[in-house]
Every structure is written in C-alpha cells, then in structure tokens.
Design a protein around this ligand. Structure first.
Ligand SMILES: Nc1ncnc2c1ncn2[C@@H]1O[C@H](COP(=O)(O)OP(=O)(O)OP(=O)(O)O)[C@@H](O)[C@H]1O
Length: 255
C-alpha cells in the first residue's frame, strides 16, 4: 500500500447528479485493519459514497485513495482488491451454494489448485459445508447473507465493503455475521459497512454519521457519544437528526 497504514484517505469527496448534490465534503482517514460503520437516515448518501470509494462511481469533487489507489485514475486496481457485498446479495437463486461459489471464483479468475484452496477456506470459515448442495432460493436470508459474504472473500480482498449486509436478517444470523466480520478485521482486513442497526454500529472501531450528503461526524463510538454527552448511539442518532433537520440543503438546486 502506498500511504502507510491508511486503507481509505478521502478529502472533500463529493458527487453531483446533474444539479443535485448527493454527497459533498466527505473527509476522513481510515487505518488498515479497522471496521468503519457508516450510519445515517435513508437517502443520506451512504451508498453513493461507498460506490465512489469502490471505484464504480466517478466523484465530481474532491480526492480519495483506497488501498493507496486513486479512485479517479485507478478504479480498476481498487476493484481488484476489494470485496463488495450489496444489500441485495448478488447471488444466483437457481444455482446451488457450491455453484455460486464456483461462479464467483471464475469471476475473480481463480483456477486450479489456488481456486480449490480458496474455496475450501471460505467454505470452512463461513461454515457452509452442509449447505453446498442446496439451491440458494431455498435458503433463509441469514444463510444467503453468509453465502454472499463467502463469495466476496474468495479473492482475499484487503478491504471488504458491505452495504447494509444485515438488512432483514434475524438477530442470531446478524450476531454470527458480525463475529465473522470482527475476526476478519483482527486478521488485518479493513471493513467499511453501512448499517441502520445501532447495536452493530457500536461495535465498530470508527463511525461516520452521514446526513444530507455530508459526513457530519467521524470518530470512535465512545468519542462521538462523549462529545455530545449521549449515553447510547440511538440517542446520538436522534440528536443529530433533530439538530440537522431544518432542511435538506441538497434540495435547494431543485427548487
Ligand atoms: N444515479 C443517481 N441519480 C440521481 N440521484 C441519485 C442517484 N443515486 C443516488 N441518488 C440520490 O442521492 C441521494 C443519496 O442516495 P444514497 O443511495 O447514497 O443514500 P443512502 O444513504 O445509501 O440511503 P439508504 O439508507 O436508503 O440506502 C438520494 O437522494 C438518492 O435519490
């Protein structure tokens, strides 16, 4: 990695769609091996920011490097080194778990002994052995989530990006999922995750609160709660919403 120990370094990152500013002035630095939670109301700009950091959406303002690669000039390098899991788990419902894993190994150009070894490792780590012959459409949401995570890990990404991975998943499955996430981070993987669940956010190393397209607060959960004198993240979230609620500045250009 170019810059020492920073997985993400972004400065005034922004995105306009026509005259609508979806995201603006996003600045933060994320150390390697940490978990960052992105929280904020629906439509705040989390997914747009994540897409820019993944190299799939070109920013219209600012700069960012991800794993030392520039999002504007080296998006292909970024894509090769990240694992991405979206809210909709891009799985093939009419294929089995094993076939989905085989398919994604092919997407990542894994072949031969290396492919076999990587598949074995993720199947073991995520605990999928007994599910391998099952069609994905017959799995529960929690199991689909785990299969999607396995697919996102096959190429051993340095950065794992998860966009609301636990939406609609039961509490037991959420807990298992987060245990895996924390293990991956302990092993050195950096993780960027958006979530609406404050219990999940509380376990992150860093949090970014996104409102109306802006990162209005960034820090450790403890620092952020202490700064606004709030006992828990639910109270902090409500405090931010009430404080910032006057009007969505992004709508000005539309009127
Ligand atoms: N391609 C696009 N063209 C125009 N506007 C867009 C586009 N993509 C996103 N937006 C707008 O940008 C804003 C931010 O959307 P985004 O999906 O990033 O929010 P979010 O915080 O991820 O929301 P959620 O929690 O609901 O997933 C929204 O008002 C959305 O309608």
């Amino acid at each position: 990695m170019g810059k020492t120990e920073l997985a993400i370094d972004c400065q005034d990152l922004g995105k306009r769609f026509g005259n609508y500013t979806a995201v603006q002035g996003v600045t933060f630095q994320l150390p390697v091996g940490s978990i960052m939670g992105f929280v904020g109301p629906n439509g705040a700009g989390k997914t747009t920011t994540i897409r820019m950091l993944c190299g799939v959406l070109m920013p219209t303002e600012g700069h960012a490097t991800v794993l030392g690669f520039d999002v504007k000039t080296q998006p292909e390098e970024i894509k090769q080194h990240i694992g991405y899991m979206s809210q909709k788990f891009s799985l093939y419902e009419d294929l089995t778990v094993r076939e989905n894993i085989d398919f994604y190994a092919g997407i990542y150009n894994l072949t031969g002994v290396l492919a076999a070894e990587r598949k074995r490792q993720v199947i073991e780590r995520i605990g999928l052995n007994e599910r391998l012959p099952q069609l994905v459409h017959s799995l529960s949401g929690g199991w689909k989530q785990r299969v999607a995570l396995a697919c996102a890990l096959l190429h051993e990404p340095k950065l794992l990006v998860l966009d609301e991975p636990t939406a609609g998943v039961d509490p037991v499955s959420r807990r298992v999922f987060w245990q895996i996430i924390h293990t991956l981070a302990r092993e050195g993987m950096t993780i960027l995750v958006s979530t609406h669940y404050m219990d999940e956010a509380d376990t992150c190393d860093y949090l970014g609160f996104v409102f109306y397209g802006q990162l209005i607060a960034f820090g450790t959960p403890a620092e952020m709660k202490a700064k606004e004198n709030k006992a828990n993240l639910d109270d902090l979230f409500i405090h931010y919403v009430e404080r910032e609620a006057a009007d969505d500045p992004r709508n000005k250009g539309k009127r």
